[in-house]
Design a protein around this ligand. Sequence first.
Ligand code: UDP
Length: 324
Amino acid sequence: MKILVTGGAGYIGSQVCKHLTAHGHDVIVYDNLSTGFRELARWGVFEYGDMLDEPRLRDCLRRHAPDGVIHFAALSQVGESVRNPGAYYRNNVGGAISLLSAMRAESVNLLVVSGTAAVYGQPDRMPITEDFPQSPLNPYGASKLFMERMLRDQAAAHGLNWVSLRYFNAAGSDPEGETGELHDPETHLIPRMFMAAAGQIPELELFGNDYPTPDGTCIRDYIHVEDLASAHRLALEYLAAGGESGAFNLGTGRGTSVKEALDAAARACGRQVPFRLAPRRPGDPAELVADPSKARAVLGWTPVHSDLDEIMRTAWAWFSRHRV
Ligand code: UDP
């Protein structure tokens, strides 16, 4: 297939472009490089453009005539979304509006989007299945919830075929070291731990140890970015084969606390990770763990790189090569 990947110069998008290319698909990256990096867009054709620039997006679809779109281009930081909600609604909801409109105008009707576990807020039990109530705790999660709602409405009205992949915590880097996690500024736990281990920041701030979890720190379900990449390919192939539209959780089903992540990071880099206790970060739920059974059963997806030590090893390999 020929696939337009919005946000293909980002951490997950670039891994997906590499994976699709390796599986015989052609990719076109559409990215405004606001949070992505030109050097990560190493696979396929590169088109510079903004999601809010609908005429440009439409022109790009017309010229390349892709079979489908995978949509990543969005803002994705929980803390920033609490401080600056307007930017999240403008980019993430507005970007989805212009994408849907451009796709409809150019008769492209297969769409896989990056959703998020943040749409669930804090459910009262774990693990989370796709039919859990959705009540996001932060504007980031809300913006992705609205996007999904638009997909449903667009599908009912115009016959769009869509899949939303609700990621839990994307982690790790390309096992072959060709792309990896790069954010500026960096806010995510795993790279921040390595920054602390490498002396780039004095210590990791551990956001809260009074959560209702066994060790008091937040629990997340870390899923390797190459496992996310295979899910995107499977989802698009599933839609192309006539699969029913819907949302899928992508996680391992295993929760890891921030303290456990600190120990695993220290094992991977062979040094202690200095940290200090800091207040809770607004918008953070205590625990998010996926039930990934639906993706396994319907898409035939199995994570194979998401052992915590493999996640940390690949993340450290990328970090120590590119960020030290
Ligand atoms: N976290 C932390 N210190 C940091 C960054 C993150 O303690 O410098 C915690 C955060 O509160 C959350 C977990 O690590 O419980 C994962 O956060 P991240 O920002 O990586 O991903 P998110 O869960 O927000 O998508």
